[in-house]
Design a binder for this molecule. Structure first.
Ligand code: NAP
Length: 329
């Protein structure tokens, strides 16, 4: 059983990505003695680790303050150290359910305990959807040229002037293809149907780009390459025919799933895709007073470490103000 030493936490933070740790740094420096439930590792089908999506990101080059780049895991370790330096308590467990109908709130942990908190910050992030192929996962984990984020990884030297592929037919796939076309030799868009889902404007951007070519009615069925990807094996969804498409990078853009299952029956409003709804624009409050959300769990649009960290900061400040107004400091 985790002994956090407090009967009722003033601020309990769920999640240990950039949003969770930033919320912890701010809450700890405000003397709120926050506790972070950092999560436990799981496989679903890709690994989900405490620290979040950055734990699967090899090189981060777009986070200000790291002019020479930093690996995702190293960055999350530094965030955690900074949060702990100011007294954040860290518990390596999941929160499995939340009862926000009583105050203080009561949360159930994966260790079988009930913990209480006056304010809760939800920062559990989202996970990129993967096709689920064994070699796709292996090369994504090893930095072998498979990624679920072109904006994060696409500008790496290994992809310059190379043939690359994006899987998906939505706005993300179009955005990633346009972005990659700036430095790739060719970008193949692998889509399982003969029509794109993306908005007309986003489609036009890709269809009018000489470097982009859509491979219609195709799904990847294997990824080839030992240390680095060399090709993707495609199956035609209409004829069943299999072909090999040589590429030096594969970017999977088939959507994200927010980590909000544990909020079922909690009363927190979620949108139709499961993201936490923030009813007041640019603020971190949810529909339940004293419950705040930050990072990708409440943001299907930007999904960047820096934007998640910014939201974590806002959530801690909002929680601090709410606790003060409620006389719970
Ligand atoms: P999305 O709209 O859900 O599109 C996912 C795409 O992946 C679809 O084309 C889908 O194919 C395909 N797909 C899903 N599962 C697959 C599988 N197992 N194998 C192969 N293909 C698969 O997701 P998104 O593109 O990430 O967009 C999410 C939201 O963010 C949308 O509301 C979007 O408008 C928004 N967004 C906006 C912008 C922008 O405006 N700048 C940029 C990015 C995202 P089907 O079409 O056959 O279902």
């Amino acid at each position: 059983m985790a002994d956090t030493g407090e009967a009722v936490h003033r601020v309990l933070i769920i999640g240990s990505g950039p949003a969770g740790w930033t919320a912890a740094i701010y809450a700890a420096r405000a003397n709120l003695n926050p506790v972070v439930y950092a999560g436990v590792p799981k496989q679903d089908p890709a690994p989900i680790l405490p620290g979040g999506q950055l734990m699967l990101t090899t090189e981060v080059e777009n986070y200000p303050g790291f002019p020479d780049g930093v690996t995702g895991p190293e960055m999350m370790a530094k965030f955690q150290q900074q949060a702990e330096r100011f007294g954040t308590q860290v518990v390596g467990e999941d929160i499995e359910s939340c009862d926000f109908s009583q105050r203080p709130f009561v949360l159930k942990t994966s260790g079988g305990e009930s913990v209480q908190a006056h304010a809760v910050i939800i920062a559990t992030g989202a996970t990129a959807n993967w096709i689920g192929l064994e070699n796709e996962m292996r090369l994504a984990r090893s930095g072998g040229g498979v990624s679920a984020c072109a904006v994060c990884d696409g500008a790496l030297p290994m992809f310059r002037d190379q043939p690359l592929a994006v899987v998906g037919g939505g706005d993300s796939a179009m955005e990633e293809a346009s972005y990659l076309a700036k430095f790739a030799s060719t970008v193949y868009i692998i889509h399982r149907r003969d029509q794109l889902r993306a908005s007309k404007t986003m489609q036009d951007r890709v269809l009018n780009n000489d470097k982009c070519e859509v491979l219609w009615n195709k799904i990847p069925v294997d990824v080839l390459g030992d240390e680095k990807i060399t090709a993707v094996v495609l199956k035609d969804t209409q004829t069943g025919e299999q072909t090999e498409q040589p590429v030096k990078g594969l970017f999977v853009a088939i959507g994200h799933t927010p980590s909000t299952k544990f909020l079922a029956d909690s009363g927190v409003d979620l949108d139709d895709k499961g993201y936490v709804v923030l009813p007041v624009a640019h603020r971190s409050m949810t529909n339940i007073e004293g419950v705040f959300a930050a990072g990708d769990v409440a943001d299907s649009e930007y999904r960047q470490a820096i934007s998640a960290a910014g939201m974590g900061c806002k959530a801690a400040i909002d929680a601090e103000r709410w606790l003060a107004d409620a006389g719970l400091e």
